[in-house]
Design a protein around this ligand. Structure first.
Ligand SMILES: Nc1ncnc2c1ncn2[C@@H]1O[C@H](COP(=O)(O)OP(=O)(O)OP(=O)(O)O)[C@@H](O)[C@H]1O
Ligand SMILES: [Mg+2]
Length: 274
């Protein structure tokens, strides 16, 4: 069975892509899917904190363009949860990042990368830099699905239509990426502006497009961001349980939409008769 690649992308910065990639990835891993979160953002904050001291300093940026599989294996950082791994971006100078972004934008590198990783993992969750340029284009040309966080603040509605347009454009150019959903993030339910954004997004688009499950604004996410880890791996149990419930719901939606469950059951059924 082959896994699925999902990009977490948005035109705007700071809307919660990294937060969503890590916490949704972790929720899927907890539900039993072998999951790797790939940090394709050169400014990305995913760290080696997972692996502890003494691990390598390589990362996605150090994987050669011709994609030697052993080089990919070297940069996979495994966690205590056997289903959850991260590929950090790694360290690179400004010039190296520019060169790398240019090399990967045609999508070839990511196609090869996802095809390898989806043989080893059920879910390949890819965090991208904001906007549609450089590595984001490369990722979107090669992924199966896109999830886009929508920050609950005025102006958010505009970014929805722009994001949809961008996906349509990329599909015209041969990308197979499909929108999985928009997820409203940083909802402050008692704040009129925040709530209005959510309500107008729901009014404009059906629940299949803008999910009804929302991520609330909560200081625990800031704490987790400082470590570059999912909330579940940093905080106390009580604090992270609220987050756990929400991301578990999101994970269940992802599972259903990409068809993980069916494929898994199909595989099991087949193997029963082998
Ligand atoms: N639901 C939330 N409640 C409170 N803070 C949040 C929430 N989601 C994200 N944040 C915080 O907002 C900041 C931006 O989030 P995040 O880094 O996930 O966004 P991003 O879209 O990946 O940003 P960038 O475009 O710079 O990569 C971080 O400090 C994060 O901790
Ligand atoms: Mg980010």
């Amino acid at each position: 069975m082959g896994g699925y690649s999902i990009a977490i992308s948005s035109l705007k910065g700071g809307v919660g892509k990294t937060t969503l990639a890590l916490n949704l990835g972790y929720a899927l891993a907890k539900r039993g899917w072998r999951t790797v979160v790939v940090d394709a953002d050169p400014q990305g904050g995913m760290t080696y904190a997972l692996a502890g001291k003494g691990t390598t300093s390589g990362g996605l940026v150090s994987v050669p363009a011709d994609l030697d599989e052993s080089e990919v294996e070297k940069v996979i950082v495994r966690s205590k949860n056997k289903n959850f791994s991260i590929i950090p971006f790694g360290y690179a100078s400004v010039e190296e990042v520019e060169k790398w972004s240019d090399t990967v934008k045609d999508g070839e590198f990511f196609s090869k990368l996802f095809s390898y990783l989806s043989g080893v993992f059920d879910i390949v969750m890819v965090d991208t830099p904001p906007g549609i340029s450089g590595s984001t284009v490369g990722v979107l040309k090669a992924v199966d699905y896109v999830i886009s966080p929508l920050q609950a603040e005025p102006m958010a509605a505009r970014s929805v239509s722009k994001m949809l347009e961008s996906i349509v454009e990329l599909r015209k150019k041969g990308s197979k990426a499909r929108l999985l959903a928009f997820v409203i993030n940083m909802l402050a339910a008692r704040d009129k502006n925040s709530l209005e954004v959510a309500l107008s997004a729901w009014k404009a688009l059906p629940p299949e497009v803008v999910l009804e499950v929302t991520i609330p604004k909560h200081p625990i996410f800031l704490e987790a961001s400082r470590h570059g880890l999912p909330v579940a791996l940093i905080g106390s149990k009580e604090k992270s349980s609220m987050v756990g419930v929400i991301f578990d719901q999101l994970a269940a939606i992802v599972e259903e939409r990409v068809g993980l469950v069916e494929v898994y059951e199909h595989d099991r059924t087949v193997s029963l008769f082998d």
